[in-house]
Design a protein around this ligand. Structure first.
Ligand code: FAD
Length: 382
Protein backbone atom coordinates (compact mmCIF):
# COMPACT_ATOMS: atom_id res chain seq x y z
CA UNK A 1 0.00 0.00 0.00
CA UNK A 2 1.20 3.53 -0.77
CA UNK A 3 1.80 6.07 1.95
CA UNK A 4 -0.43 9.12 1.72
CA UNK A 5 0.98 12.49 0.72
CA UNK A 6 0.33 14.75 3.66
CA UNK A 7 0.93 18.04 1.91
CA UNK A 8 -2.24 19.30 0.31
CA UNK A 9 -0.45 20.00 -3.00
CA UNK A 10 -0.37 16.50 -4.32
CA UNK A 11 -3.38 15.00 -2.54
CA UNK A 12 -5.47 12.95 -4.94
CA UNK A 13 -9.14 12.47 -4.15
CA UNK A 14 -11.57 10.43 -6.18
CA UNK A 15 -15.31 10.71 -5.65
CA UNK A 16 -17.72 8.25 -7.23
CA UNK A 17 -21.24 9.71 -7.47
CA UNK A 18 -22.06 13.38 -8.02
CA UNK A 19 -25.33 13.58 -6.11
CA UNK A 20 -25.91 15.59 -2.94
CA UNK A 21 -23.31 13.74 -0.86
CA UNK A 22 -20.59 13.58 -3.53
CA UNK A 23 -20.90 17.25 -4.44
CA UNK A 24 -20.98 18.32 -0.77
CA UNK A 25 -17.69 16.44 -0.29
CA UNK A 26 -16.13 18.10 -3.35
CA UNK A 27 -17.22 21.60 -2.38
CA UNK A 28 -16.01 21.35 1.23
CA UNK A 29 -12.72 19.74 0.19
CA UNK A 30 -12.05 22.27 -2.53
CA UNK A 31 -12.41 25.12 -0.05
CA UNK A 32 -9.69 23.65 2.18
CA UNK A 33 -7.51 22.11 -0.53
CA UNK A 34 -7.22 24.56 -3.43
CA UNK A 35 -4.49 22.56 -5.14
CA UNK A 36 -5.61 18.97 -4.56
CA UNK A 37 -6.39 16.81 -7.61
CA UNK A 38 -10.07 15.96 -7.34
CA UNK A 39 -11.71 13.60 -9.81
CA UNK A 40 -15.46 12.95 -9.87
CA UNK A 41 -16.92 9.95 -11.68
CA UNK A 42 -20.66 9.71 -12.33
CA UNK A 43 -22.70 7.59 -14.69
CA UNK A 44 -24.79 10.64 -15.64
CA UNK A 45 -23.68 13.80 -17.44
CA UNK A 46 -25.69 16.07 -15.14
CA UNK A 47 -26.47 16.49 -11.45
CA UNK A 48 -30.23 16.31 -10.88
CA UNK A 49 -31.71 18.32 -8.01
CA UNK A 50 -34.04 15.50 -7.00
CA UNK A 51 -35.81 17.46 -4.26
CA UNK A 52 -37.22 19.63 -7.05
CA UNK A 53 -38.13 16.91 -9.54
CA UNK A 54 -41.85 17.57 -9.03
CA UNK A 55 -41.27 21.12 -10.34
CA UNK A 56 -40.97 19.53 -13.79
CA UNK A 57 -44.78 19.37 -13.89
CA UNK A 58 -44.46 23.05 -14.88
CA UNK A 59 -40.83 23.73 -15.69
CA UNK A 60 -38.26 22.25 -18.07
CA UNK A 61 -35.99 19.47 -16.83
CA UNK A 62 -33.00 21.68 -17.61
CA UNK A 63 -34.03 23.92 -14.68
CA UNK A 64 -33.10 21.17 -12.21
CA UNK A 65 -30.21 19.53 -14.06
CA UNK A 66 -26.73 20.98 -13.82
CA UNK A 67 -24.17 19.72 -16.33
CA UNK A 68 -21.33 18.13 -14.34
CA UNK A 69 -18.79 19.58 -16.73
CA UNK A 70 -20.00 23.05 -15.71
CA UNK A 71 -19.61 22.14 -12.01
CA UNK A 72 -16.18 20.70 -12.79
CA UNK A 73 -15.08 24.09 -14.09
CA UNK A 74 -16.64 25.88 -11.13
CA UNK A 75 -14.97 23.68 -8.51
CA UNK A 76 -11.88 22.73 -10.45
CA UNK A 77 -12.28 18.97 -10.62
CA UNK A 78 -11.88 16.47 -13.41
CA UNK A 79 -15.19 14.93 -14.43
CA UNK A 80 -15.36 11.44 -15.91
CA UNK A 81 -18.71 10.07 -17.05
CA UNK A 82 -18.64 6.37 -16.25
CA UNK A 83 -20.60 3.79 -14.22
CA UNK A 84 -18.52 2.08 -11.55
CA UNK A 85 -19.57 -1.16 -9.93
CA UNK A 86 -17.98 -2.82 -6.91
CA UNK A 87 -18.29 -5.58 -4.38
CA UNK A 88 -16.57 -6.41 -1.09
CA UNK A 89 -13.40 -7.77 -2.72
CA UNK A 90 -13.18 -4.75 -5.02
CA UNK A 91 -13.35 -2.47 -1.97
CA UNK A 92 -10.40 -4.28 -0.40
CA UNK A 93 -8.47 -4.04 -3.66
CA UNK A 94 -9.16 -0.29 -3.87
CA UNK A 95 -7.98 0.18 -0.27
CA UNK A 96 -4.81 -1.77 -1.01
CA UNK A 97 -3.94 -0.51 -4.51
CA UNK A 98 -5.32 3.03 -4.26
CA UNK A 99 -6.49 3.25 -7.82
CA UNK A 100 -9.72 2.59 -9.71
CA UNK A 101 -9.44 1.09 -13.15
CA UNK A 102 -12.08 2.28 -15.65
CA UNK A 103 -11.50 0.30 -18.83
CA UNK A 104 -8.39 2.01 -20.22
CA UNK A 105 -8.32 4.75 -17.58
CA UNK A 106 -6.51 4.29 -14.27
CA UNK A 107 -7.42 6.85 -11.59
CA UNK A 108 -5.07 6.91 -8.62
CA UNK A 109 -6.20 8.27 -5.28
CA UNK A 110 -5.08 8.92 -1.75
CA UNK A 111 -8.72 8.91 -0.64
CA UNK A 112 -11.75 7.51 -2.38
CA UNK A 113 -15.34 8.55 -1.55
CA UNK A 114 -18.22 6.35 -2.65
CA UNK A 115 -21.46 8.35 -2.87
CA UNK A 116 -23.57 6.44 -5.37
CA UNK A 117 -26.94 6.91 -3.62
CA UNK A 118 -29.54 4.20 -3.11
CA UNK A 119 -30.99 2.26 -6.00
CA UNK A 120 -34.63 3.09 -6.75
CA UNK A 121 -37.13 0.33 -7.34
CA UNK A 122 -37.71 0.29 -11.10
CA UNK A 123 -41.14 -0.30 -12.55
CA UNK A 124 -41.13 -3.63 -14.39
CA UNK A 125 -44.77 -4.68 -14.57
CA UNK A 126 -46.11 -2.18 -17.08
CA UNK A 127 -45.16 -1.32 -20.65
CA UNK A 128 -46.34 2.28 -20.35
CA UNK A 129 -45.89 4.95 -17.71
CA UNK A 130 -42.83 6.55 -16.16
CA UNK A 131 -40.77 5.79 -13.10
CA UNK A 132 -38.10 7.98 -11.54
CA UNK A 133 -35.55 7.12 -14.21
CA UNK A 134 -38.12 7.91 -16.94
CA UNK A 135 -39.00 11.26 -15.37
CA UNK A 136 -35.33 12.20 -15.22
CA UNK A 137 -35.26 11.77 -19.02
CA UNK A 138 -38.75 12.96 -20.05
CA UNK A 139 -40.05 16.25 -18.77
CA UNK A 140 -43.40 15.83 -17.01
CA UNK A 141 -44.57 19.25 -18.26
CA UNK A 142 -44.18 18.04 -21.85
CA UNK A 143 -46.05 14.80 -21.09
CA UNK A 144 -48.90 16.75 -19.49
CA UNK A 145 -49.01 19.20 -22.39
CA UNK A 146 -49.40 16.33 -24.86
CA UNK A 147 -52.15 14.76 -22.77
CA UNK A 148 -54.01 18.02 -22.49
CA UNK A 149 -53.71 18.66 -26.23
CA UNK A 150 -55.61 15.42 -26.85
CA UNK A 151 -58.08 16.08 -24.07
CA UNK A 152 -61.69 15.70 -25.18
CA UNK A 153 -64.59 15.55 -22.77
CA UNK A 154 -63.61 12.66 -20.60
CA UNK A 155 -61.70 13.56 -17.43
CA UNK A 156 -57.98 12.79 -17.68
CA UNK A 157 -57.12 9.77 -15.57
CA UNK A 158 -53.69 10.17 -13.97
CA UNK A 159 -52.52 7.48 -11.58
CA UNK A 160 -49.58 7.70 -9.22
CA UNK A 161 -48.39 4.41 -7.85
CA UNK A 162 -46.49 4.93 -4.61
CA UNK A 163 -47.90 7.49 -2.17
CA UNK A 164 -44.69 8.30 -0.31
CA UNK A 165 -43.40 11.90 -0.08
CA UNK A 166 -42.37 11.88 -3.77
CA UNK A 167 -45.73 10.58 -5.06
CA UNK A 168 -47.59 13.11 -2.92
CA UNK A 169 -45.46 16.07 -4.05
CA UNK A 170 -46.04 15.05 -7.67
CA UNK A 171 -49.81 14.66 -7.13
CA UNK A 172 -50.14 18.24 -5.85
CA UNK A 173 -47.88 19.60 -8.59
CA UNK A 174 -49.97 17.89 -11.30
CA UNK A 175 -53.26 18.97 -9.72
CA UNK A 176 -52.10 22.55 -9.88
CA UNK A 177 -51.37 22.35 -13.62
CA UNK A 178 -54.67 20.63 -14.45
CA UNK A 179 -56.72 23.05 -12.32
CA UNK A 180 -55.06 26.10 -13.85
CA UNK A 181 -55.76 24.76 -17.33
CA UNK A 182 -59.33 23.92 -16.28
CA UNK A 183 -58.97 20.30 -17.26
CA UNK A 184 -61.29 17.80 -15.60
CA UNK A 185 -59.28 15.05 -13.93
CA UNK A 186 -59.27 11.90 -11.90
CA UNK A 187 -56.05 12.02 -9.95
CA UNK A 188 -55.36 8.88 -7.93
CA UNK A 189 -52.65 7.84 -5.50
CA UNK A 190 -52.23 4.09 -4.96
CA UNK A 191 -50.17 2.60 -2.16
CA UNK A 192 -49.72 -0.88 -0.77
CA UNK A 193 -49.56 0.48 2.81
CA UNK A 194 -52.69 0.97 4.93
CA UNK A 195 -51.47 4.24 6.46
CA UNK A 196 -50.37 7.23 4.41
CA UNK A 197 -46.86 8.61 5.18
CA UNK A 198 -46.44 6.19 8.05
CA UNK A 199 -43.10 7.38 9.50
CA UNK A 200 -44.25 11.01 9.69
CA UNK A 201 -46.02 12.73 12.62
CA UNK A 202 -49.79 12.12 12.77
CA UNK A 203 -50.62 15.85 12.70
CA UNK A 204 -48.61 16.24 9.47
CA UNK A 205 -50.39 13.26 7.91
CA UNK A 206 -53.82 14.65 8.85
CA UNK A 207 -52.94 17.97 7.21
CA UNK A 208 -51.84 16.22 4.00
CA UNK A 209 -55.02 14.10 3.97
CA UNK A 210 -57.21 17.20 4.31
CA UNK A 211 -55.44 18.92 1.44
CA UNK A 212 -55.62 15.81 -0.75
CA UNK A 213 -59.39 15.70 -0.18
CA UNK A 214 -59.76 19.42 -0.95
CA UNK A 215 -57.88 19.00 -4.22
CA UNK A 216 -59.92 15.92 -5.11
CA UNK A 217 -56.90 13.64 -5.16
CA UNK A 218 -58.14 10.17 -4.25
CA UNK A 219 -55.98 7.85 -2.15
CA UNK A 220 -56.31 4.08 -2.54
CA UNK A 221 -54.50 2.47 0.41
CA UNK A 222 -53.66 -1.23 0.53
CA UNK A 223 -53.62 -1.41 -3.26
CA UNK A 224 -50.84 -3.51 -4.69
CA UNK A 225 -50.02 -2.94 -8.38
CA UNK A 226 -50.32 -6.16 -10.37
CA UNK A 227 -49.88 -5.03 -13.97
CA UNK A 228 -51.74 -3.71 -17.02
CA UNK A 229 -54.80 -4.83 -18.91
CA UNK A 230 -54.74 -2.84 -22.17
CA UNK A 231 -54.62 0.79 -21.05
CA UNK A 232 -56.04 -0.05 -17.61
CA UNK A 233 -54.05 -0.65 -14.45
CA UNK A 234 -54.87 -3.62 -12.27
CA UNK A 235 -54.45 -3.67 -8.49
CA UNK A 236 -55.00 -6.20 -5.75
CA UNK A 237 -57.14 -4.45 -3.17
CA UNK A 238 -55.84 -6.09 -0.02
CA UNK A 239 -58.44 -4.43 2.22
CA UNK A 240 -61.44 -5.99 0.49
CA UNK A 241 -59.59 -8.92 -1.09
CA UNK A 242 -60.75 -7.90 -4.57
CA UNK A 243 -59.33 -6.50 -7.78
CA UNK A 244 -59.44 -2.81 -8.76
CA UNK A 245 -59.17 -1.88 -12.43
CA UNK A 246 -58.36 1.73 -13.19
CA UNK A 247 -58.35 3.54 -16.53
CA UNK A 248 -55.07 5.39 -17.04
CA UNK A 249 -54.05 8.17 -19.42
CA UNK A 250 -50.78 8.63 -17.55
CA UNK A 251 -49.19 6.39 -14.92
CA UNK A 252 -46.31 7.47 -12.69
CA UNK A 253 -44.45 4.96 -10.57
CA UNK A 254 -42.67 6.02 -7.38
CA UNK A 255 -41.97 2.68 -5.83
CA UNK A 256 -39.36 3.90 -3.33
CA UNK A 257 -35.76 3.02 -2.73
CA UNK A 258 -34.44 -0.46 -2.34
CA UNK A 259 -34.10 -0.83 1.40
CA UNK A 260 -30.45 -1.79 1.38
CA UNK A 261 -27.44 -0.05 2.83
CA UNK A 262 -24.68 -1.33 0.61
CA UNK A 263 -21.89 0.18 2.69
CA UNK A 264 -21.36 0.19 6.45
CA UNK A 265 -19.11 2.93 7.80
CA UNK A 266 -17.62 4.15 11.06
CA UNK A 267 -18.41 7.62 12.40
CA UNK A 268 -15.61 9.13 10.27
CA UNK A 269 -17.30 7.74 7.15
CA UNK A 270 -14.61 5.11 6.51
CA UNK A 271 -15.99 1.94 4.99
CA UNK A 272 -16.13 -1.17 7.18
CA UNK A 273 -15.70 -4.30 5.15
CA UNK A 274 -14.91 -7.88 6.09
CA UNK A 275 -13.95 -6.87 9.64
CA UNK A 276 -11.57 -4.13 8.46
CA UNK A 277 -11.67 -0.33 8.51
CA UNK A 278 -10.79 0.82 5.01
CA UNK A 279 -8.85 3.92 5.95
CA UNK A 280 -8.60 5.20 2.36
CA UNK A 281 -12.17 4.45 1.31
CA UNK A 282 -14.97 6.70 2.59
CA UNK A 283 -18.68 6.70 1.90
CA UNK A 284 -21.48 9.27 2.24
CA UNK A 285 -25.14 9.72 1.36
CA UNK A 286 -27.91 7.21 0.76
CA UNK A 287 -25.48 4.39 -0.05
CA UNK A 288 -23.98 4.57 3.44
CA UNK A 289 -25.00 3.45 6.89
CA UNK A 290 -22.89 4.89 9.69
CA UNK A 291 -23.01 2.31 12.44
CA UNK A 292 -22.04 4.38 15.49
CA UNK A 293 -24.20 7.49 15.60
CA UNK A 294 -25.84 10.19 13.53
CA UNK A 295 -28.90 10.02 11.32
CA UNK A 296 -28.96 7.55 8.44
CA UNK A 297 -32.41 8.26 6.93
CA UNK A 298 -32.17 8.66 3.17
CA UNK A 299 -32.69 12.42 2.93
CA UNK A 300 -30.82 15.16 1.14
CA UNK A 301 -30.10 16.77 4.52
CA UNK A 302 -28.28 13.69 5.81
CA UNK A 303 -26.49 13.19 2.49
CA UNK A 304 -25.14 16.77 2.61
CA UNK A 305 -24.05 16.43 6.26
CA UNK A 306 -22.34 13.11 5.64
CA UNK A 307 -20.56 14.60 2.61
CA UNK A 308 -19.30 17.47 4.75
CA UNK A 309 -18.25 15.10 7.58
CA UNK A 310 -16.32 12.94 5.10
CA UNK A 311 -14.51 16.00 3.69
CA UNK A 312 -13.40 16.98 7.21
CA UNK A 313 -12.34 13.45 8.08
CA UNK A 314 -10.25 13.18 4.92
CA UNK A 315 -8.40 16.33 5.99
CA UNK A 316 -7.83 14.77 9.42
CA UNK A 317 -6.74 11.44 7.98
CA UNK A 318 -4.29 13.26 5.69
CA UNK A 319 -2.84 15.11 8.69
CA UNK A 320 -4.03 18.50 7.45
CA UNK A 321 -6.19 19.28 10.49
CA UNK A 322 -5.40 18.11 14.03
CA UNK A 323 -8.85 16.80 14.93
CA UNK A 324 -12.35 16.52 13.65
CA UNK A 325 -15.69 15.63 15.21
CA UNK A 326 -17.32 12.38 14.14
CA UNK A 327 -20.59 12.41 12.19
CA UNK A 328 -23.29 13.09 14.79
CA UNK A 329 -25.91 14.93 12.77
CA UNK A 330 -29.51 14.48 13.83
CA UNK A 331 -32.29 15.52 11.48
CA UNK A 332 -33.64 18.99 12.13
CA UNK A 333 -36.77 18.82 10.03
CA UNK A 334 -38.58 17.60 6.95
CA UNK A 335 -40.93 19.67 4.80
CA UNK A 336 -43.23 18.35 2.13
CA UNK A 337 -44.37 20.60 -0.68
CA UNK A 338 -48.11 20.24 -1.29
CA UNK A 339 -48.74 22.51 -4.24
CA UNK A 340 -47.46 25.96 -5.10
CA UNK A 341 -49.24 27.63 -2.20
CA UNK A 342 -48.77 25.18 0.65
CA UNK A 343 -46.31 22.94 2.46
CA UNK A 344 -46.24 20.99 5.70
CA UNK A 345 -43.65 19.33 7.88
CA UNK A 346 -41.78 19.46 11.13
CA UNK A 347 -38.89 21.61 12.30
CA UNK A 348 -36.69 21.18 15.35
CA UNK A 349 -38.44 18.07 16.56
CA UNK A 350 -41.25 15.93 15.24
CA UNK A 351 -43.80 17.54 17.59
CA UNK A 352 -43.35 20.98 16.05
CA UNK A 353 -45.63 21.09 13.02
CA UNK A 354 -45.16 23.85 10.46
CA UNK A 355 -47.66 24.42 7.69
CA UNK A 356 -48.78 27.00 5.15
CA UNK A 357 -46.61 30.07 4.63
CA UNK A 358 -43.98 29.34 7.36
CA UNK A 359 -43.50 25.83 5.95
CA UNK A 360 -43.25 27.15 2.40
CA UNK A 361 -40.68 29.72 3.49
CA UNK A 362 -38.64 27.06 5.32
CA UNK A 363 -38.73 24.84 2.22
CA UNK A 364 -37.66 27.77 0.01
CA UNK A 365 -34.80 28.55 2.38
CA UNK A 366 -33.58 24.96 2.32
CA UNK A 367 -33.61 24.96 -1.48
CA UNK A 368 -31.92 28.38 -1.60
CA UNK A 369 -29.20 27.08 0.76
CA UNK A 370 -28.56 24.25 -1.66
CA UNK A 371 -28.35 26.66 -4.62
CA UNK A 372 -25.79 28.67 -2.67
CA UNK A 373 -23.81 25.56 -1.79
CA UNK A 374 -23.65 24.71 -5.50
CA UNK A 375 -22.10 28.14 -5.96
CA UNK A 376 -19.56 27.37 -3.25
CA UNK A 377 -21.25 29.19 -0.35
CA UNK A 378 -22.03 27.04 2.66
CA UNK A 379 -24.57 28.77 4.86
CA UNK A 380 -25.95 25.72 6.63
CA UNK A 381 -26.50 26.23 10.34
CA UNK A 382 -25.60 22.69 11.35
C1 FAD B 1 -38.07 12.66 -6.43
C2 FAD B 1 -37.35 12.76 -5.12
C3 FAD B 1 -37.70 13.75 -4.22
C4 FAD B 1 -37.01 13.88 -3.01
N1 FAD B 1 -37.36 14.87 -2.16
C5 FAD B 1 -36.68 15.01 -1.00
C6 FAD B 1 -36.99 16.09 -0.11
O1 FAD B 1 -37.92 16.87 -0.35
N2 FAD B 1 -36.23 16.21 1.01
C7 FAD B 1 -35.20 15.35 1.30
O2 FAD B 1 -34.52 15.53 2.32
N3 FAD B 1 -34.90 14.33 0.49
C8 FAD B 1 -35.61 14.14 -0.64
N4 FAD B 1 -35.30 13.11 -1.49
C9 FAD B 1 -34.19 12.21 -1.12
C10 FAD B 1 -32.86 12.82 -1.54
O3 FAD B 1 -32.94 13.27 -2.87
C11 FAD B 1 -31.76 11.77 -1.38
O4 FAD B 1 -31.68 11.44 -0.01
C12 FAD B 1 -30.42 12.33 -1.88
O5 FAD B 1 -30.49 12.50 -3.28
C13 FAD B 1 -29.27 11.37 -1.53
O6 FAD B 1 -28.09 11.91 -2.01
P1 FAD B 1 -26.90 10.96 -2.50
O7 FAD B 1 -25.81 11.86 -2.92
O8 FAD B 1 -26.64 9.91 -1.50
O9 FAD B 1 -27.49 10.18 -3.76
P2 FAD B 1 -28.00 10.75 -5.15
O10 FAD B 1 -28.41 12.16 -5.03
O11 FAD B 1 -28.97 9.73 -5.62
O12 FAD B 1 -26.69 10.72 -6.06
C14 FAD B 1 -26.04 9.54 -6.42
C15 FAD B 1 -25.19 9.85 -7.65
O13 FAD B 1 -24.41 8.70 -7.92
C16 FAD B 1 -24.48 8.39 -9.30
N5 FAD B 1 -24.29 6.95 -9.41
C17 FAD B 1 -25.12 5.99 -8.94
N6 FAD B 1 -24.61 4.77 -9.20
C18 FAD B 1 -23.43 4.97 -9.84
C19 FAD B 1 -22.43 4.11 -10.37
N7 FAD B 1 -22.55 2.79 -10.28
N8 FAD B 1 -21.35 4.66 -10.97
C20 FAD B 1 -21.23 6.01 -11.05
N9 FAD B 1 -22.14 6.86 -10.58
C21 FAD B 1 -23.22 6.35 -9.98
C22 FAD B 1 -25.85 8.86 -9.73
O14 FAD B 1 -25.89 9.12 -11.11
C23 FAD B 1 -26.01 10.12 -8.89
O15 FAD B 1 -25.50 11.26 -9.54
C24 FAD B 1 -35.97 12.96 -2.69
C25 FAD B 1 -35.64 11.95 -3.59
C26 FAD B 1 -36.32 11.86 -4.78
C27 FAD B 1 -35.93 10.76 -5.75
Amino acid sequence: MKTTTTTQTGLKILIIGAGYAGLATVIHLRKRLPSAHITVVDQQAAHTILTRLHHTAQHPLADIQLPLQELATRFDFTFVQHAVSFDASQLLAWQHNQYVQLEDKKIEFDYLVIATGAPHVAQTKASSGYDLAGLSQHCLATLLKKLMANYANEALAINIIGAGPTGIQFAFAIEQVLSRCQIAYQLNLFDSQAQLLEPFPASMVRYVEQRLAEKKITVFPQHYFKGEQGTDLVFDDNASDSITVQRSDLSLFFLGKKDVYPLQANSSGQVLSQGQVLTHVFTAGDCSHYVDMGANAMTSQNALRKGKAVARNILKEAGLVPFCLPYMHQEVGYILSIGADDAVGWLGNKHILVKGLPAMMAKEMIEAQYDLLLKGIDCSLF
